[in-house]
Design a protein around this ligand. Structure first.
Ligand code: SAH
Ligand code: SF4
Ligand code: F3S
Length: 467
């Protein structure tokens, strides 16, 4: 006979050694950036030894973790509507669903969350995930919401267990936390704390484990990852180029990239790494936000538009086939039509393979939120104009790859029967009609046509490649 299902008032919630105890189901929902994707995987790693196995849906789960993003108002609204749906499920399960809110909304709005959503059991900030087991036990003991949003002095990376589960052919590895740049619009320095780099050997050890678990491409993550300066084994700080060079020595790891970078931290050595490091992909996400010097100043970005142009030129000189993606904000306080046209000019001159663009969203506690705001219809009209140009550029970039023969890293099956899917050197999603199972392998593909968001190609045989 099965042991009775544990209830929310059970005193020792983390004791899974009792005979007959059924494994617990954990569902993790991830919003926001790739650093949250990494953190979500690590939370599952932390809870696995306690008997939690991950499931794909929240229904019937014993625990749901919602790892949240606070970057724009809409991201925050999503959290509250998703929580409303979880509440209904929790009630249908007689209260037997522990709900944890983690990530940047947890950090920024911990107390508000506890008041607005009292059916939440746990609120945990990004620096405290290693404490999840004890926090879960405390939540089982306590009536009301348990909140941990401290910024401990020691680094969170020191406390995380080894990566235990495969993340996939493309794996994300956080090498830096926090941000010290304080751009006028941005909540990250408040939700993630001060910038801190993880020691180089710990990064390398984790990368090797990821490769042993099937990773072929690793993306190194940080909000300012190009400012990485982790302690090396000799006690001296290693910059990102050195770390990338050591990473390139790992057997079985085929591709490397890093994201997100700030234009002010593109060092000479890092630019040269794009020429010299054979595993570094010819693709760089380099957010510029605006093409207007006036607005860049107001944003506290500490560089002008020409600095960005110079960086792009130097990177293209180092690696001719490098492609760029970027982030843009339109409608920052003070942005005039002429400022916006400066952004359009920079976009037209640069040529992006991909870009993300947003209307400015005032965030509580950030300097720009207190300034007079632009009207919503002005912001929306500018966004549409910018996105039309960015779409045109993305289509042009994809169209220019038709006819090319290029390596593709296969990541899994395609959406339709008989298709396999992968990524080109420029991170374009590629689909190929091929019945063979090639996940984790790199194949040579001739690109034949483009779809709206992907490109299509045929896999060449060894003989065709040699011919
Ligand atoms: N560290 C990265 C950005 C992280 S946030 C960098 O410095 O570039 C990802 C993107 O969200 C930003 O690049 C910016 O374009 C956008 N963003 C951040 N705050 C925003 C806000 N308040 N309103 C609209 N977009 C915002
Ligand atoms: Fe935010 Fe600016 Fe830091 Fe990027 S660099 S995370 S935009 S404060
Ligand atoms: Fe969002 Fe936090 Fe990442 S605010 S973008 S989840 S660092």
């Amino acid at each position: 006979m099965n042991a009775p299902k544990p209830t929310a008032s059970e005193p020792n919630a983390t004791d899974f050694t009792a005979p007959g105890r059924t494994p617990r189901k954990l569902h993790v929902v991830t919003h926001g950036c790739q650093m949250n994707v990494y953190d979500s995987a690590r939370m599952a790693d932390i809870l696995r030894p306690l008997g939690y196995t991950t499931v794909d849906a929240p229904e019937g789960a014993d625990m749901v973790i919602m790892n949240t993003c606070h970057i724009r108002e809409r991201a925050e609204e999503k959290v509250f509507s998703a929580l409303g749906r979880l509440r209904v499920m929790k009630e249908a399960q007689g209260g037997n669903m522990m709900i944890a809110v983690t990530g940047c909304v947890a950090q920024a709005e911990g107390e508000v969350l506890a008041k607005r959503a009292p059916y939440v059991d746990l609120v945990v900030g990004p620096q405290s995930y290693h404490r999840l087991p004890e926090l879960i036990a405390a939540a089982h003991r306590k009536q009301g919401v348990v909140i941990d949003t401290e910024f401990p002095v020691d680094q969170k990376f020191d406390h995380l267990p080894d990566v235990a589960a495969p993340q996939g052919v493309v794996s994300y590895l956080s090498i830096q936390e926090g941000c010290d740049k304080f751009c006028s619009f941005c909540v990250v320095p408040y939700t993630r704390g001060a910038e801190a780099s993880r020691p180089a050997l710990s990064v390398l050890a984790e990368a090797r484990r990821m490769v042993a678990l099937g990773a072929r491409e690793i993306a190194l993550l940080g909000q300012n990852v190009n400012a990485y300066h982790g302690e090396g084994p000799d006690g001296a700080a290693w910059g990102l180029p050195r770390l990338l060079a050591e990473m390139a020595e790992i057997n079985g790891l085929e591709r490397l990239r890093y994201t997100t970078s700030h234009p002010n931290d593109m060092s000479d050595d890092l630019i040269l790494a794009h020429r010299d490091n054979p595993k570094l992909l010819p693709f760089l996400h380099l957010p510029v936000q605006s093409g207007s010097d006036r607005i860049l100043r107001a944003m506290n970005r500490k560089h002008d538009a020409d600095h960005f142009r110079r960086m792009v030129d130097r990177l293209r000189a180092a690696r001719a086939d490098i492609a760029f993606s970027s982030d843009f904000i339109v409608g920052h306080p003070g942005e005039t039509e002429s400022d916006f046209q400066d952004t359009m000019r920079l976009v037209r001159e640069t040529g992006f393979a991909l870009a993300y663009s947003f209307t400015y969203s005032p965030r509580p506690g950030t300097p720009a939120a207190g300034l007079p705001q632009l009207a919503d219809d002005v912001k929306t009209a500018r966004l549409h104009e910018l996105q039309a140009e960015l779409r045109r550029q993305q289509d042009a970039f994809n169209a220019a790859t038709v006819g090319l023969t290029t390596p593709v890293l296969f990541t899994g099956r395609g959406r339709y029967e008989g298709q396999i899917a992968g990524r080109s050197l420029w991170l374009q999603p590629v689909v190929v009609e091929n019945p063979a199972e090639l996940t984790g392998q790199i194949g040579t593909v001739k690109i034949t046509r483009t779809n709206t968001n992907s490109i299509v190609g045929v896999l060449l045989t060894k003989e065709q490649i040699a011919a």
